[in-house]
Design a protein around this ligand. Structure first.
Ligand code: TH1
Length: 839
């Protein structure tokens, strides 16, 4: 096990400082002052949102104080720094998390209460920045939390989308997308720095020539440019003085008016240019694991990469002059291929802007980057049409051609005459239209490559990155994902966190291996009762939220069986639905009457253009309509679709789960991280041997995990052998009946056509082996039902799950990145003492 000792810094028993007094009286005074100075309101006319903003500013001052001390320390020590490049960050609400990490929860609660407010209501006001799609964006946010907590000097860089992931409404059972106007009421957590803008150029052409010293030089003559302005959001570590920042770039026009056009009387064109420039950071592409190809998306990627690398070099040159030392001072982690154009941009910066020769530039570039792959799905691997790429980034395309030329010579030296290998490894695919392969560019430009779960990394080496692994086996490693226990345990589930702290002490929040200490409590009856009571309270709270959001009444005494994640065929929400229908039919027939009553809860967004995923949502709501109102069922099954799943409501959902659904086709989910959030909150998992489920099952013990279905090897072998879903269908009477109920129109108001595309795709192709796993899944769900009827044993399993989940803290993940890839050490930050009247 990894020596975490090194990462445990000085714990601040009294958070900052001479100027920040954290007594209840001070917080009250500061809150009133902020109401005046920042909102221009007096208490009688202030809205709840004014109070939310005022409290946020009170907290922000204290957060920024820690950031200033951190920045100063890192600057003085010229510390080696991690740069995390990600097109997505799903940070979640900030107020509660910052109060937790400052350690001032009790004082703030009391202060607002004495002013006639409730902290819970104020927290509820915050609209989260939904600047990501799902697991990939949330992983980036958890990693910032752990970087700060482990005292690692780091920057997160990304895009300040004006509109994040859409808000989801459900109308007549269908998903409707609504614009996410998260900035409407103001964002108190960011600090803009318009004085630190960078120019980003696009289009045009290149000109080759020789400079004064007679050296070959290329000049890029761009056609247009936009400005990038940074907005900084501080991220606090927990129990330490350290803070880091997330720096998000916003695109702006160079001049808000093109005066030349204006003087010629072309007012509209002048305004047009402003609109076009600002388009770049307007909206997040809402596809999780996307089909790529849009020009604006490429512009977004280059835009934030160019700003971030320029900023990194600015910081480097504050303390150094020799670019050969860049790899000693910075490591740049590419979060999937979305920022992979950074490899070409770095070469351009070194060669064109700083006058380095190719070989020296290449040595520096490949000393700086590391690449994380997050998916094996072939349709999710990014490629760009070469013509499009050349129009947007002509100089970068030339550089990529040159990288490719030199790279393929190297491949040819290792594997002479292996034409197939050369064409597979080329940075360009030539089958059909010519395209740039971003994963290949990321691999060639990086000194380290990693997958996000043990199985995923193994499969990467055997499939999509096989050739790269054969060439550079030493570059590859696994870094299993993790999640932050601060947000997903302490903040989301204070009842459980308190119970754990009472029994094993408070250190577990920074050292999750300590959860092991809970194991003996699994046999303690009194403790199990307390454990059950915490879970029950969480279910009561979620039931109230479901009531508020959907009008539906659900019973907290039923088994809460929850699947929340993006809607996707490979995640197989429809497999879950087929089991529900089967269970429903059995009850109608008077079978399975001893099974426990269940509430099936779904949540998740479908990409707006993904027709089958949207149909899956309609199927869930259709089944809910029938089952929930069937008098024969009498509450034995309830089905709920919880609208607009996001980080904020996720914090209420994970703690309330009895059962976590992790049922993707083996070999398709790179890792999953929801699986970890559920298990850390005491849910038991029903799951396939996919992604991190494999490691979770191993950690908690297969006797505490409901495992079912084909393995990744069996999936591949079944496919090889000529899988015919209709044979499975023909051979299973219950499956035929369930699918028949769907295609007969029972769940579509009598319309037999509505779900035909879904049924046809299952019967004809079934790319994700839903039918192949159906029988095993139904049987495993019966086992779950029987287990739930023995509450003592169930809660013992739940306790053992939590006790053994320590390795899935993002602190463990980040410690491994630090040790194996980044080679970076903690830098403790000492913040002058604050006064504090509690603790
Ligand atoms: C997800 C993976 O699907 C998930 O298994 C993993 O836990 C998570 O990343 C974090 O590692 C991915 N999300 C995206 C989003 C886009 C493109 C590729 C992936 S992979 C836009």
């Amino acid at each position: 096990s990894f020596p975490m000792e090194k990462f445990r810094g000085t714990i601040l028993h009294h958070p900052p400082s001479h100027c920040f007094d954290n007594s209840v009286e001070s917080i009250k005074a500061d809150l009133t002052e902020k109401l005046f100075s920042m909102r221009a309101k007096f208490p009688e006319v202030a809205t709840l949102n004014d109070y939310y903003l005022a409290l946020s500013y009170v907290v922000r001052d204290r957060v920024l104080h820690r950031w200033i001390h951190s920045a100063h320390t890192y600057f003085q020590q010229a510390s080696r720094t991690v740069v995390y490049l990600s097109a997505e960050y799903l940070m979640g609400p900030q107020l509660g998390n910052n109060i937790l990490n400052l350690g001032i929860r009790k004082q703030v609660e009391q202060a607002v209460a004495e002013m006639g407010l409730s902290l819970e209501d104020l927290l509820e006001q915050e609209e989260e920045p939904g600047l990501g799609n799902g697991g990939l964006g949330r992983l980036a946010a958890c990693y910032l939390d752990s970087l700060a907590t482990l005292q690692i000097p780091a920057f997160g860089y990304g895009i300040r989308y004006e509109f994040g992931i859409f808000d989801q409404q459900i109308k007549d059972g269908w998903q409707v997308e609504v614009t996410d106007r998260w900035l409407r009421l103001g964002n108190p957590w960011e600090v803009p720095h318009p004085e630190r803008r960078y120019e980003v150029r696009f289009g045009g052409h290149t000109e080759a020539g020789y400079d004064a010293q007679g050296r070959y030089r290329v000049r890029w003559v761009p056609e247009r440019s936009v400005m990038g302005t940074p907005f900084d959001t501080p991220v606090l570590g927990y129990g330490v003085g350290n803070a880091i920042i997330l720096r998000l770039w916003q695109a702006e026009a160079r001049e808000s008016f093109d005066f030349q056009a204006f003087n010629l009387g072309n007012y509209y064109k002048a305004v047009d240019d402003k609109v076009m420039s600002e388009n770049i950071t307007k909206v997040l592409y809402p596809n999780d694991e996307p089909e790529a190809g849009r020009r604006l998306r490429l512009e977004q990627q280059y835009f934030f990469v160019a700003c971030s690398l320029a900023d990194m070099l600015r910081i480097f040159f504050q303390r150094d002059t020799d670019l050969d030392r860049l790899p000693d001072k910075f490591v740049v982690q590419l979060n999937d291929t979305h920022p992979a154009v950074a490899v070409a941009e770095m070469m351009r910066l070194l060669i064109d802007d700083n006058g380095l020769e190719w070989d020296r530039a290449w040595k520096i570039t490949t000393g700086v980057f590391a690449y994380t792959n997050h998916t094996l799905l072939p349709e999710a691997l990014e490629t760009w049409n070469v013509d499009l790429f050349g129009k947007v980034l002509p100089r970068h395309l030339e550089i990529i051609y040159e990288i490719n030329h030199r790279f393929l010579m190297e491949v040819n030296r290792f594997f002479p005459g292996d034409a197939g290998r050369l064409s597979r490894m080329s940075l360009f695919s030539e089958a059909g239209e010519k395209r740039v392969r971003m994963a290949n560019l990321a691999c060639v430009g990086s000194r380290a490559i990693n997958g996000v779960a043990a199985l995923h990394t193994d499969l990467l080496k055997q499939t999509v990155l096989k050739d790269f692994h054969e060439l550079w086996p030493e570059k590859f490693s696994n870094k299993t994902n993790g999640v932050t226990p601060r947000r997903f345990m302490a903040l989301a589930n204070p009842g459980l966190a308190d119970l754990i702290t009472q029994s094993i002490g408070a250190t577990w929040l920074r050292d999750m291996d300590r959860l092991k200490g809970l194991e003996p409590f699994a046999r303690d009856n009194a403790f199990r009762d307390q454990w059950a009571e915490v879970k029950h309270q969480c279910k009561v709270r979620l039931a109230a939220m479901i009531r508020k959001k959907t009008g539906m009444a659900v019973d907290p005494d039923t088994l809460f069986d929850i699947q929340v994640k993006r809607i996707h065929e490979y995640k197989r929400q429809h497999l879950n639905v087929l089991n529900i229908i089967t269970h429903y039919r059995r009850l109608k027939q008077g079978l399975d009457m001893d099974a426990p009553a269940r509430t099936f809860i779904f949540g998740g967004k479908a990409a707006p253009g993904y027709v089958l995923a949207k149909l899956m949502i309609r199927l869930i709501t259709g089944v809910a309509d029938v089952v929930n109102h069937d008098p024969d069922i009498n509450g034995r099954i309830k089905v709920v679709f919880y609208p607009d799943f996001n980080v904020k409501n996720a914090q209420h959902i994970y703690p309330a789960a009895d059962l976590s659904e992790q049922i993707s086709t083996a070999g398709k989910e790179a890792s999953g991280t929801g699986n970890m959030k559920f298990a850390l909150n005491g849910a038991l998992t029903i799951g396939t041997l996919d992604g991190a489920n494999v490691e979770i099952c191993q950690a908690v013990g297969p006797e505490n995990f409901f495992l079912f279905g084909l393995t990744a090897d069996q999936v591949a072998a079944t496919r090889q052998a000529g899988y015919r879903p209709c044979d499975v269908y023909d051979g299973n009477e219950e499956l035929r009946a369930a699918m028949g109920m769907i295609s007969g129109g029972l769940f579509s108001g009598g319309d037999p056509g509505m779900f035909a595309p879904l049924i046809d795709s299952l019967l004809n192709e079934d790319r994700f082996m839903v039918l192949a796993d159906y029988a095993a899944y139904v049987q495993c769900q019966e086992q779950v039902g029987r287990a739930f009827l023995k509450p003592d044993h169930w809660h013992a399993m739940s306790i053992l799950n939590v006790a053994r989940m320590g390795m899935f803290s993002s602190d463990r993940s980040i410690a491994e990145y630090c040790r194996d890839i980044w080679h970076v050490e903690p830098v403790p930050v000492v913040v002058p003492d604050e006064t504090c009247d509690i603790d």
